[in-house]
Design a protein around this ligand. Structure first.
Ligand SMILES: NC(=O)c1ccc[n+]([C@@H]2O[C@H](COP(=O)([O-])OP(=O)(O)OC[C@H]3O[C@@H](n4cnc5c(N)ncnc54)[C@H](O)[C@@H]3O)[C@@H](O)[C@H]2O)c1
Ligand SMILES: CC(C)[C@H](C(=O)O)[C@@H](O)C(=O)O
Ligand SMILES: [Mg+2]
Length: 368
């Protein structure tokens, strides 16, 4: 059987730094577990713009469509802030999501025991936390038309359109219900049905799919602003949260801080099954290119490493190997290994990105 194929798009800023640690782990799987991936690498974001004048070359897009899974680091940076909107680094990532039709973005927020004291919230609020935000990723205000900056009379007006079709809501709702059935069987849907028609439709469709196909799953609805408050007040009330593209972006960054750092949160963006039965898939950390620490060896590689673990689970049916990686991360954190973002005001000596990767490799070795 052919080796599973991976396209690595490390991107900008800390993207290549955290991806270097994932590459070590991929190599470890080849030498120590006999699991070899066919890896190709290419450019996305600002680095692709620098070389090709576009944040995602058509050839790269074609490669992404052809592989079993894409691993992405991060895109963006201040040097690209004044580029025309159509060629900004972020447009490369959005094109990948849209053209691969990756409508279901799983963003788990899990608080490792060793970090419960470190969260900005009280320990009892976050200890043992294990929730997943399912963010709709290919529609909503990110893609709705009309959009643009226009002139009306003697002033400019900026327009974006929140638009959801019934089928777009239904498919992400199904993916949240399916996930809940494999977890604690609870879904909370978040929108703003009190002020937005798209929110009214969202609530109706989620309820209909539930009643017809998933009556066994406990479903609740919450306005997204109240949901943000509840996430900070008592996040353990949730199991799976399903929400739209923009609310999911905001709520997942907030959820990151429940776990201690944005450097901890992985994600899987999944689409429909391909001919080989595997879902179209892209895996990436929730964080960005972190220009403030890029090039200094300070970045936490755990979000990117846990994203690779999600690839093992969701694309390659290697749940046990995914758990092995997650346990290795848990062990190094329990041993007190910390990158700078995981250090409190009391200080201590942080490890570098590469040292964190090496510690995780050593824990993987110890797991054999
Ligand atoms: N998926 C992506 O590629 C993605 C996601 C978010 C933002 N961005 C882009 O990244 C650029 C910077 O955005 P931002 O500053 O708002 O968000 P960011 O996530 O890059 O950084 C926010 C803060 O978190 C810290 N941080 C993030 N990841 C970290 C890690 N792994 N280890 C340690 N600290 C980490 C950063 O140092 C910074 O202080 C922008 O161009 C933005 O568009 C890209
Ligand atoms: C970089 C940007 C396009 C992206 C988003 O807004 O979706 C990021 O913030 C994310 O969370 O993945
Ligand atoms: Mg975001």
């Amino acid at each position: 059987m052919a080796n599973p194929s991976l396209l690595i798009l490390a991107g900008d800023g800390i993207g290549p730094e955290v991806m270097a640690e994932v590459k070590k782990i991929i190599a470890w799987f080849g030498t120590r577990r006999g699991v070899t991936f066919d890896v190709t690498e290419d450019l996305v974001g600002g680095c692709a713009y620098d070389k090709h004048g576009t944040p995602l070359h058509d050839d790269t897009m074609a490669k992404a469509q052809a592989v079993d899974a894409v691993l992405l680091g991060a895109v963006g940076g201040p040097q690209y802030d004044n580029l025309d909107f159509s060629v900004k680094p972020e447009r490369g990532l959005l094109r990948l999501r849209k053209e691969m039709d990756l409508y279901s973005n799983l963003r788990p927020a899990q608080c490792f025991d060793a970090l419960a004291d470190f969260s900005s919230l009280k320990k009892e609020v976050v200890a043992g936390l294990d929730i997943v935000i399912v963010r709709e990723l290919t529609s909503g205000v990110y893609f709705g038309e009309p959009r643009g900056i226009f002139t009306e009379g003697n002033e400019r007006v900026g327009i974006n359109t929140q638009r959801y079709t019934e089928s777009e809501i239904a498919r992400v709702a199904r993916s949240a219900f399916e996930l809940a059935r494999r977890r604690n069987n609870k879904v909370c849907s978040m929108e703003k049905a009190n002020v937005m028609e798209s929110g009214i439709l969202w609530r109706q469709v989620v309820q209909e799919i539930h009643d017809k196909e998933y009556p066994d799953v406990a479903l609740s609805h919450m306005y997204a602003d109240a949901g943000a408050m509840q996430l900070c007040r008592w996040p353990k009330q949730f199991d799976v949260i399903v929400t739209d593209n923009l609310f999911g972006d905001l709520l997942s960054d907030a959820a990151a801080m429940l776990t201690g750092s944005l450097g901890m949160l992985p994600s899987a963006s999944l689409g429909a099954p391909m001919a080989n039965g595997r879902p179209k898939a892209l895996y990436e950390p929730v964080h960005g290119s972190a220009p403030d620490i890029a090039g200094q060896g300070k970045a936490n590689p755990i979000a990117c490493i846990l994203s690779f673990a999600m690839a093992l689970r969701y694309s390659f049916d290697m749940g046990d190997e995914a758990t092995r990686v997650e346990k290795a991360v848990e062990k190094v954190l329990a041993d007190g290994v910390r990158t700078a973002d995981l250090m409190g005001p009391e200080g201590g000596t942080p490890v570098s990105t590469a040292q964190m990767g090496d510690a995780i490799l050593a824990a993987l070795d110890a797991s054999l």
